[in-house]
Design a protein around this ligand. Structure first.
Ligand code: CUA
Length: 285
């Protein structure tokens, strides 16, 4: 593709230069003159032939970006929602949002589908785009050769907050990935202080629990992201803001200001209630 494009680009530039150097006044050539045939051949027929040839050549390369068959049994399910990515690890009881942890050096098959409109999942550092379509499951393989946090982005317009629909893939060495798996597979949601207990009561006593799940509590809503381990995530609102206590407080009070059109309504908590709620959520690690 690159060589083909380079040759064509050089040819076009050369023809432009010839045109500039052999310029003969402002007159357009008369109809039926050799100039017209030249344009028809080089402008239509040659490009059509070249594009077909390049397509045929690239058919061979497509399988190289396809899901691998030897994935060491690690599969991640991603369900795109209009305003976030719902992430789960089948058979391991792990559910997260907007963040996919993978081990370095292991190809991980990511199965993607959509719960509402069409999206497209794209983590440029790890693989090509994959369409995310309701009622259909597509698979893309993420194979990180070094540890790091790789940003992904929804690559198909999906509504007012399409641009704020990012996610992060966090590639970790095997040992720390295993530690993450072990930690995520059980909820650490029992408050360990009076302040955190108050925060949990505020959460469970408000509307939050109708949309969000916190494993180990009565909160089991599925409209919004699972919050069981929200304290361990690096961003909020699908990569819109970093996960800091201040940003979380701002998000809870007025999510429509940060991400207009999303499904989360604002709340009217006083300062100390908000502080307790934020402390509790950030403690969910
Ligand atoms: Cu989801 Cu664009």
């Amino acid at each position: 593709m690159f060589v083909g494009s380079a040759v064509i680009f050089a040819g076009v530039v050369a023809l432009l230069l010839v045109g500039v150097l052999r310029r003969r006044g402002e007159d357009t050539p008369p109809k039926g003159s050799p100039g017209y045939r030249f344009v028809a051949v080089l402008g239509l027929i040659v490009p059509a032939v070249i594009l077909v040839l390049l397509f045929i050549l690239s058919i061979d390369a497509i399988p190289a970006t396809s899901p691998s068959s030897s994935n060491h049994g690690l599969t991640v399910d991603v369900v795109a929602r209009q305003f976030f990515w719902d992430v789960s690890y089948p058979g391991r009881g792990i559910r997260s949002a907007n963040e996919i942890h993978i081990p370095v050096g292991v190809p991980v098959n990511v199965r993607v589908t959509s719960g509402d409109v069409i999206h497209s999942l794209w983590v440029p550092a790890l693989n090509r785009k994959v369409d995310v379509i309701p009622g259909r499951t597509n698979v893309v393989t993420f194979d990180a050769n070094r540890a790091g946090r790789f940003r992904g982005q929804c690559a198909e317009f999906c509504g007012p907050e399409h641009a704020e629909m990012a996610l992060y893939v966090i590639a970790q060495p095997r040992a720390s990935f295993n530690a993450w798996l072990a930690d995520e597979s059980h909820p650490n949601t029992i408050p360990t202080s009076a302040e955190l207990e108050r925060g949990q009561q505020i959460f469970l006593g408000s509307d939050c629990e109708y949309c969000h799940t916190i494993a180990g509590t009565n909160a089991s809503g599925t409209i919004g992201p699972d919050l069981t381990h929200i304290g361990s995530r690096t961003s909020l609102a699908a990569g819109t803001v970093p996960n800091t206590p201040g940003d979380l407080a701002g998000w809870i009070i007025d999510p429509q200001h940060i991400k207009p059109g999303n499904k989360m309504p604002g709340t009217s908590l006083d300062g100390s209630q908000l502080q307790a709620l934020v402390a509790y959520l950030e403690s969910l690690r």
